[in-house]
Design a binder for this molecule. Structure first.
Ligand SMILES: [Zn+2]
Length: 234
């Protein structure tokens, strides 16, 4: 009897942990639902001068549009950069106000972090859908709950660039190109949460190389809002 009770409570604990870390409701976008040679470039943790501006120059040179997940308190500091991102036709997403480990915080705190940033993004001119990505992709129960209530998806990724561990542009480029496939959502960082002066020139150069290589392979680049316009996977 004791063994059965231990087994049942063990299973229940595993189930609860599973629900916490992988909530089975709401929407988590890991890649674009298409077989077309299309990818979404996403940049997290900006605005971050001078690197966000340099990145915008690289994207403009290639005529490529991307999605920038901005941190609210940085938008407050550098609203002119956020405005430039929008003016140049890129999409802007919400990456919380202060970049906490959101998944471990109570729902009302999660909600405040998101709403405060939505407001700031509207102030700098974001119109239409504001996509959301949790810091470190911690779409755990409290985050999934708040997003589901607002009928809002979480934008995850399937290609980590690992550019927060290295600024060697060739390494970053190689990591991305090895993993990329039709529909991939690629994560790069134009800033680093917690270290506003971090050098991001490796990411800037890698982005140039990644775009050049993927264009040669026939890929085109879309913003997250364009995901519904793609030919869906059969
Ligand atoms: Zn982040």
């Amino acid at each position: 009897m004791k063994t059965i009770i231990t087994a049942v409570s063990g299973l229940a604990a595993v189930g609860l942990l599973w629900v916490f870390f992988r909530p089975p409701f709401g929407k988590n976008i890991v890649h674009l639902n298409t077989d077309q040679r299309v990818v979404a470039l996403t940049f997290d943790d900006g605005p971050s001068p001078p690197y966000t501006g340099q990145l915008l120059d690289v994207l403009a040179k290639h005529n490529v549009k991307a999605t920038f997940f901005l941190i609210g308190n940085r938008v407050e500091k550098h609203p002119e950069i956020a405005r430039r991102v929008i003016a140049e036709g890129h999409q802007v997403g919400n990456h919380t106000y202060s970049h906490p480990l959101l998944g471990f915080l109570p729902p009302n705190y999660v909600q405040q972090e998101i709403e405060r940033t939505d407001k700031l993004l509207r102030q700098v001119g974001v119109t239409g859908e504001i996509v959301f990505r949790a810091p470190m992709l911690t779409r755990f129960l409290p985050v999934a709950w708040v997003l589901a209530k607002g009928d809002r998806a979480h934008v995850s990724c399937d290609v980590w660039s690992w550019d927060w561990t290295t600024q060697n542009p060739d390494k970053i480029t190689k990591t991305v190109l090895r993993k990329v496939k039709p529909g991939s959502i690629i994560v790069l960082h134009d800033g680093i949460a917690g270290n506003k002066d971090e050098n991001r020139s490796g990411t800037v150069k890698a982005t140039d190389q990644i775009i050049t290589a993927l264009k040669q392979e026939g890929y085109r680049f879309v913003r997250m809002s364009e995901r519904t316009t793609l030919i869906q996977k059969r």
